[in-house]
Design a protein. Structure first.
Length: 202
């Protein structure tokens, strides 16, 4: 593994454990047992590590979301792909636990979040149209899917805070619990055909 990867991996562990503001570049270098100069050769400031991790997370999320949608269009419904999206968000939880301050601090993150949110809403809309066309979802009426998609997007972004602060159940089942909440909202407009298909692959 390259040094810059080791730095990102160690920083991710520390940021998730302590929070971004409580971790310095020096602490990251000490945890890795490399010199501070070696670390700053790869990342001049801690901010550069944060931005690198943010970009890394978004790449993983985009890959997972696009794979999920492709499976929907091919009718190869694979619910574990939704779990994968939640797992990525949990792996980089320091980002969405601090998203307000990060968006205020980094213009790149603020602009990227707006862009990614809009893109994901478009992706959900594409999936919705296909599922309605194939009879898995009820026909659209009075823009009822607009609020559904907004709610799903909010859950995707907001569950991490609830999970970090209030979840008291089995840690091994944490993501499964929040994915189930996601589906409970997603399935409010499902047809009988869709329900049968859902139970086949659940």
């Amino acid at each position: 593994m390259k040094t810059n990867e080791k730095i990102r991996n160690q920083a991710l562990i520390l940021f998730n454990d302590k929070g971004v503001d409580q971790v310095s570049s020096l602490e990251i270098s000490q945890a890795l047992k490399i010199s501070y100069g070696n670390l700053t050769y790869h990342y001049k400031k801690k901010d550069d590590i944060v931005l690198a991790l943010y970009s890394q997370m978004q790449q993983e999320l985009n890959t997972a979301i696009n794979r999920l949608v492709q499976c929907i269009f091919e009718e190869m419904f694979y619910l574990k792909l939704v779990n994968e999206i939640f797992e990525i968000i949990w792996d980089y939880r320091f980002i969405y636990l601090n998203i307000n301050s990060l968006m205020n601090q980094f213009e790149f993150i603020a602009e990227s979040e707006k862009s990614y949110s809009a893109t994901r809403i478009k992706i959900l809309n594409r999936a919705k149209k296909y599922l309605i066309q194939e009879g898995y979802l009820k026909p659209e009426a009075n823009n009822n899917y607009e609020s559904l998609i907004q709610n799903l997007n909010m859950i995707l972004y907001g569950w991490i805070t609830d999970a970090k602060l209030f979840y008291e159940g089995d840690e091994a089942k944490k993501i499964e619990v929040y994915v189930s909440l996601f589906y409970n909202v997603a399935l409010t407009h499902i047809t009988e055909k869709g329900r049968k298909r859902y139970h086949q692959i659940k």
